[in-house]
Design a protein around this ligand. Structure first.
Ligand code: BGC
Length: 930
């Protein structure tokens, strides 16, 4: 009955839609409602949400009737039945505004656990209203420490800890459990849970979620993130059991150089609270408390992030997480109250998850009882092995990113990280094993200790790639296979290193949130993946860490496990630059608001270090610049003097801060920081430049790039500096000569100088140092150094030689913006720039698409038979500047007709080399003869 009614209704809607195309006046707009509703940083109907004053975003549907929004209305209610007409929490009323992203909630205060329903509608450019959107929801998590009735619980594993790598003490993983009884049928249930350590939770024998290494990594001395799970389906009236596996993770494990331990080697603990509403309306709450029991005698014997996992199947405890299990010989847990000092807050970005399973594996070598497998892609995650074994034998699993010439493992670059997993078999037969509380950076895997009589098969091994769970929103492709490989290396490098926090590398004894690396890659990341929440979350950790230092210092890494009370220019500037980039690409002003004080304090740090506007402080400088004058480790800082870099970043951060102040309406600050920027730029030019020439001992590309890109020179001298930069590039035989700081801005500077062809030449270089060089040597990810490895010379002799380091992938932004031609011109793509710059010596086509906050936008060009074709999509409620790089508007065709006839397009300017057009939302095919 119901179904047929729906079909009839849909039929009427389709009829009305079709008819409306013919009959003017049919209320078509009432049918087409806004789509893809999200709150805050793109959350869709979340539970356990972190923010009780979220923002709302929606997309206008694609329709010829909908160009833009002239007004909107949002209604928010505590029950679905109240919508849309009786919204009890907030009714925005009809707001005359084009804003369709990040509209702030201004209704009644919302509390922990509250579930909220919302809808939105809009009016189009002709003031015709849409229908109401579907009802969306969000449900808040536990927002206050006082919401927690539970206690931290766990065994004291510090007492019986064992010695690990470098005599470092390691906690044994724990198993914790509790049986409980529910007296009525369950209507709905939530599990609120977190750990000091990393956990995996089960109810009645079932894994509650597929999250990996939760709760992730925050500055645990300030804030620990909590997770919320809908566990309604896991529970039943009567007896139930909860079981939690717990290991050290980042909290109590070996991280960094051993100074990372919170609370002096405290044992890992969990905190959990099950809140259950019964069908009769009564409630029951189960908490972590002294009634739980625990053991360290389970199969997980050891687990560490750097060193790997030891699993002994002889210790397996069948059904340990179910009601029937006998836990009488398990220990009582220790209990610790929730303190006020550490904030418990719902996780504000997505957890790490298994993202992809690589099954196309090749056997490289088999020797006696040892075989090597190749995944053909450097990944981060864990293996899944299915291997025949003999009872009592130990399978050893080693990892490596590349092989040495004799096919043995190159592991020098893991440094002290053992990165080895072990599985001890309890019976004969095929075992299946996936490590749980560790992760590895690897392309190759070595197995030894399996059944000697078995012939190794490629299917024994699969690779599970893991990363924070964000959506892929961008694509880039071109006619050049090496450029496409570069795009692949960039995006693998990004995902591999977005493991709850942005890490420098995923394999050695580091894997830390290095601020400089993150600063340079953020824009490229934001093109390719929806990393808005990922960055916003990490910036919160940065703010919390800065608060420990009253002089505004931003440590080298966040969370700060180095604790060396030092900061570096170009690294600490992440506190200003990343909020700025996130704002420009997403349009979300709250990222500027949230981080404003932090950015100010960081500029204050420079001020505290500066004499006559020249800061005297530490810097990693233009890290890993090729051909440094000094050799070995001291050469790592490149040849551009740190004083120059300090001053350049001081000026740049002050400049960005004045722009941020202006956006936030803080006029006094805007002027103050503009003046500061001017004063620092003056000092910069007077100290380091003479008539546009860098006066240092050794000329470097980066000295000029910083001076030009950060606008630190007077106009006349800047023009001269550009000439010197070109000379420097020529001296390098058109290779780049830049490290972490110079490389990301090289394409931008050359582009602004009109030297696009030169940038093409550098980008398409095949020889060292260049992007394609590593590809020619077999790279499947970005490498830490321009010469991490070569087929002729082998590996770089330094052990700091990661084959998965994203910094040099920062060129990805320019590939989107200029090679394919898709850029955000006004924050969040409210205005889009389509401006590809073809160069047929290297490319005959390139395309990019991005799911912008307004919908998909794309730019795709090709040159064929002397014809330039550009396909463009501009989403509703935006506009675009389209730059056609070949002049003559008389010969330009759009969607098959002469350009002049298209009423959605307006000519802005035209000369023989460029036609600039203002375009309304729509789909366009431009064509012109060359
Ligand atoms: C990291 C870098 C980081 C650097 C600071 C290294 O050990 O891997 O990527 O930015 O230290 O210079």
């Amino acid at each position: 009955m119901k179904l047929s009614k729906r079909i009839i209704l849909r039929g009427i809607m389709v009829y009305c839609t079709l008819a409306s195309l013919l009959i003017v006046g049919c209320k078509v707009e009432e049918i087409i409602a806004p789509e893809l509703l999200t709150i805050s940083e793109s959350f869709k109907n979340p539970i356990g949400f972190y923010n009780n004053t979220p923002t709302f975003s929606w997309r206008l549907p694609i329709s010829q009737h909908i160009k833009s929004q002239s007004a909107y209305q949002i209604v928010v209610a505590s029950s679905k039945d109240l919508l849309p007409n009786n919204a009890d929490l907030w009714d925005s009323g009809k707001q005359l505004s084009a804003q369709s992203t990040f509209v702030k909630y201004e209704g009644k205060p919302l509390k922990s656990r509250q579930k909220v329903f919302w809808q939105v509608r809009f009016w189009n450019q002709e003031d015709k209203n849409s229908g109401w959107s579907d009802v969306n929801t969000f449900e808040l998590g536990l927002l206050n420490n006082s919401d927690w009735k539970a206690n931290w619980i766990g065994l004291d594993t510090a007492k019986d800890s064992i010695k690990g790598v470098r005599a470092f003490l390691m906690h044994r993983p724990q198993y914790l459990r509790k049986r409980f009884e529910l007296f009525k049928d369950v209507a709905s249930a939530r599990l609120y849970i977190t750990a000091k350590g990393v956990f995996d939770v089960h109810l009645n024998g079932k894994d509650v979620s597929d999250d990996v290494m939760t709760p992730g990594w925050t500055p645990y001395n300030h804030r620990i993130e909590t997770l919320t799970y809908n566990i309604t389906e896991f529970l039943k009236a009567g007896k139930n059991a909860i079981g939690v596996e717990l290991a050290s993770g980042w909290h109590s494990g070996r991280i960094s150089r051993g100074r990372a331990l919170y609370e002096n080697f405290a044992s890992p603990k969990i905190l959990c609270q099950l809140e259950i509403v019964m069908k009769n309306g009564s409630k029951q709450t189960i908490i972590s408390d002294k009634s739980w029991k625990g053991t360290t005698n389970g199969p997980l014997r050891l687990a560490g992030i750097y060193d790997g996992e030891v699993y002994d199947a002889n210790f397996e405890m069948p059904n340990w997480n179910t009601v029937t299990f006998d836990d009488s010989n398990w220990k009582m847990v220790e209990v610790e109250a929730v303190s006020k000092d550490v904030k418990l807050a719902p996780k504000r970005h997505q957890t790490v998850k298994n993202q992809m399973v690589l099954k196309d594996v090749e056997i490289v070598s088999v020797k006696e009882n040892t075989s090597v497998f190749n995944l053909k892609q450097n990944i981060v995650g864990v293996p899944k092995v299915s291997v025949p074994m003999k009872k009592g034998d130990t399978l050893k699993i080693r990892f490596s990113e590349m092989l040495l010439k004799d096919n043995t493992f190159y592991t020098k670059n893991y440094r002290s990280a053992k990165s080895t997993d072990y599985y001890v078999a309890s019976k004969d037969g095929v075992i299946e094993y996936v490590p749980k509380f560790t992760f590895h950076g690897f392309q190759f895997l070595e197995l030894s200790g399996y059944d000697k009589n078995a012939k190794p098969e490629a299917f024994w091994v699969q690779g599970i790639a893991q990363h924070s769970n964000f959506e892929k929103i961008g694509t880039f492709t071109s006619s050049h296979h090496k450029l496409n490989q570069l795009q692949s290396n960039i995006t693998w490098g990004l995902r591999d290193n977005f493991f709850d926090v942005p890490t420098d590398c995923p394999q050695r004894d580091e894997r830390l949130g290095w601020t400089g690396d993150a600063q340079v890659i953020a824009p490229t990341a934001l093109f390719n993946y929806d990393t808005h929440a990922f960055w916003a979350a990490w910036l919160q950790s940065m703010r919390e860490t800065q608060s420990e230092h009253n002089n505004g210092l931003i440590p080298f890494i966040i969370p700060d496990v180095l604790q060396n009370n030092n900061a570096s220019s170009g690294w600490g500037d992440a506190s200003v630059i990343i909020p700025w980039d996130v704002y420009n690409i997403t349009g979300d002003i709250s990222v500027l608001q949230e981080n404003y004080e932090m950015s100010k304090k960081w500029v204050g740090y420079y001020q505290s270090k500066a004499k006559n506007y020249i800061p005297s402080m530490y810097s990693f400088a233009d890290w890993l610049q090729p051909y440094p004058a000094k050799t070995g480790k001291t050469g790592n800082r490149g040849d551009t003097p740190k004083e120059l870099i300090n001053t350049a970043y001081f000026a740049h951060s002050a400049h960005l801060l004045s722009k941020i102040a202006s956006i936030l309406g803080k006029t006094e600050d805007e002027k103050k920081y503009k003046d500061l920027y001017n004063a620092v730029s003056n000092a910069f030019e007077n100290t380091f430049f003479d008539a546009g020439k860098f006066i240092g001992k050794k000329q470097t590309q980066t000295a000029y790039l910083l001076a030009i890109h950060f606008n630190l020179l007077k106009q006349e001298t800047k023009e001269k500096a550009k000439k010197y930069l070109l000379e420097e590039i020529k001296n390098a035989d058109y290779h780049l000569g830049t490290g972490f700081l110079g490389t990301p801005i090289l394409p931008k500077v050359l582009d602004d100088m009109g030297e696009i062809d030169l940038m093409y030449k550098i980008l398409f270089k095949e020889t060292y140092p260049s992007w394609f060089y590593s590809i020619n040597q077999g790279a499947t990810t970005m490498w830490e150094r321009w010469n991490s490895y070569s087929k002729n010379d082998g590996f770089n002799p330094q052990s700091m030689n990661s084959l998965n380091h994203y910094a040099y992938g920062a060129v990805g932004q320019w590939m989107y913006e200029r090679l394919a031609g898709l850029a955000s011109l006004e924050p969040g793509y409210k205005k889009i720039r389509i401006a590809p710059v073809p160069n047929t010596e290297f490319l005959t086509s390139a395309s990019a698409s991005v799911k912008t906050p307004y919908g998909v936008s794309s730019s795709s060009w090709k040159i064929e038979n002397d014809t330039f074709t550009l396909d463009v999509v501009i989403p509703p409620n935006t506009s675009a500047e389209v730059h056609i790089p070949y002049g003559n508007k008389e010969r330009l065709f759009v969607n098959g007709s002469m350009f002049a006839k298209n009423s959605n397009l307006k000519l802005m300017s035209s000369d023989t080399s460029l036609i600039k057009i203002l375009a309304e939302p729509g789909t366009y095919n431009f064509q012109t003869k060359l």
